[in-house]
Design a protein around this ligand. Sequence first.
Ligand code: ZN
Length: 303
Amino acid sequence: MLQGIHHVTAITGDAAANVRFYAGVLGLRLVKTTVNHDEPGTYHLYYGDEGGRPRTLITFFEVPGAAPGQPGGGMFHSVAWRVADQPALDFWEQHLAAHDTVVNRGDDRLAFADPEGLSHVLIARGTRDDDSPANGNGVPPEHALREIIGVEAMSLAPERSRAALVGGLGMADLGESLVVGSGDHVGRVGLHPEPMSRGAQGAGTIHHVAFVSPDADHKKWRERLTGGHLAPTQVVDRIYFKSVYAREPGGLLVEVATVGPGMAVDEDPEVMGIALALPPWLEPHRTSIEARLTPIHNPRTHG
Ligand code: ZN
């Protein structure tokens, strides 16, 4: 069984503003500053909890100056996070408003969008012993964003998506939502029941969602996707995990990623995210890559 949502990857047109919001305002840790392996002159920024663990990661491909996208068919949208309790929601209601972010408070949740329009919802769902909230830039750890517990899916063909996500990825079918994982490691994929017209990928939209595979099961998941006629990619080495990708028939790009080796594989856990991390094959080009990247300011370098 897959074990929850490994990471969500979205697109930003403004890396500096993205760091200001996700590290500066949301208080996540910028756990890895690296480049898009396919476009090494642009960032791939990873945010997460203090350890940068799977299930806490939201990552962004930088597409400098990208026009705002429009969520629609074939795309995931909206990221649901677990926070502790009502006092955490009270904190976020005030903190986000103080940072010019419009919030919408419900009984057990608080919705808002990032500066590029990517929607989030914080849901009061308690704490767990193994939570390691980021030591985040003025966000008290007890109120921190703890884990990604859901995403919404807008499909071009919802029933075909349902069949693919249940048959190919082993999700449990609860009707309006699909559940990936069980027990402590569970995520929810809300499936909009009507076919949606195609969206436009751009700033503030989600590129893909990855699900957690135990390392030992990863090859089997690729075989299962192949058997389900989902045409997965080869296993790709993403340095911090290994991945396979597949675009299911409703247009959603999904990924199955390993737990290991993890974000600390190439940096000291104390300082990871501060320096630019490059994969070995790009290390010879470090100087020219660094010259092309726009400056960002990680709050950790100033404290
Ligand atoms: Zn990914």
